[in-house]
Design a protein around this ligand. Structure first.
Ligand code: 13P
Length: 244
């Protein structure tokens, strides 16, 4: 499974280093072999080797150049970063990134072989408009994206569930994930108000391959617990498999 922490605009470089070190100790001590990704703020990026993979929350579709306020491939290379988050709803809706810009970014980092966590998800008014408009809205977020890219991970994050404490029901997550799995066989994460209290329930769903966690991941002990849940679920699957 894939357990990912999006730290957003939180934690300084010093705090992030402490966070990642603590997480690393926990993963080693508890034999956790799940894929654990951490996305720090741009100025908190740093080189890291171990079980945790560090990824960028964003970068411009350029090696370097005149793009004030942005970072480029060179800045990621400095720290050996080869993982990037693209299409997060805060970049789409707060920072105004268009699908066209996202596709450009996707293709740039795809050509470099990056692991890409590509986010999709609908705002509340779209969900309330019904199943058909909702699926049309989400489908448009797949436009121009190579859904067969080997290093692709997709994260379904309903915009209305992000940072609100609201979540779709488990049944709703299962239904939409099943639909999204028809579009791409890439691993599919769920994100949006995942907490230590609901993470296990979400992770056990058949169509969920992992979680992308925001606010609750800021507590390293909570994020560690979620990694442990994922490991236990995988261990149980193995036990069940061996007993068949
Ligand atoms: P919350 O977990 O705070 O809802 O944020 C989810 C998210 O945006 C992860 O990318």
């Amino acid at each position: 499974m894939i357990i990912a922490a999006n730290l957003k605009t939180n934690l300084t470089r010093k705090q992030t280093t402490e966070y990642v070190n603590e997480l690393e100790i926990f993963l080693n001590k508890n034999n956790i072999s799940q894929e654990v990704l951490v996305f720090p703020a741009a100025s908190s990026l740093n080189a890291h080797s171990g079980k945790v993979t560090i990824g960028a929350q964003n970068a411009y579709a350029a090696k370097s150049g005149a793009f004030t306020g942005e970072i480029g491939q060179d800045h990621l290379d400095e720290f050996g970063i080869k993982t990037i988050l693209i299409g997060h709803s805060e970049r789409r809706h707060v920072l105004g990134e268009s699908q066209e810009e996202l596709v450009k970014k996707f293709n740039f980092y795809k050509d470099l072989g990056y692991k890409i966590v590509y986010c999709v998800g609908e705002p509340l008014e779209v969900r309330e408009a019904g199943e058909k408009p909702m699926m049309e809205y989400i489908s448009a977020q797949y436009e121009g994206i190579d859904v067969n890219y080997e290093n692709l991970i997709i994260a379904y994050e309903p915009v209305w569930a992000i940072g609100t404490g609201l979540t779709p029901t488990l049944q709703e997550i299962e239904t939409i994930h099943k639909d999204l799995k028809k579009k791409s066989s890439a691993p599919l994460l769920y994100g949006g108000s995942v907490k230590v209290t609901n993470a296990n329930d979400v992770l056990v769903l058949n169509s969920v391959d992992g979680i992308l966690v925001g606010s609750a991941a800021l507590y390293v002990e909570h994020f560690c617990r979620m990694c442990e849940y994922a490991q236990n679920i995988e261990n149980n699957k193995l036990i069940k498999g061996n007993n068949v």
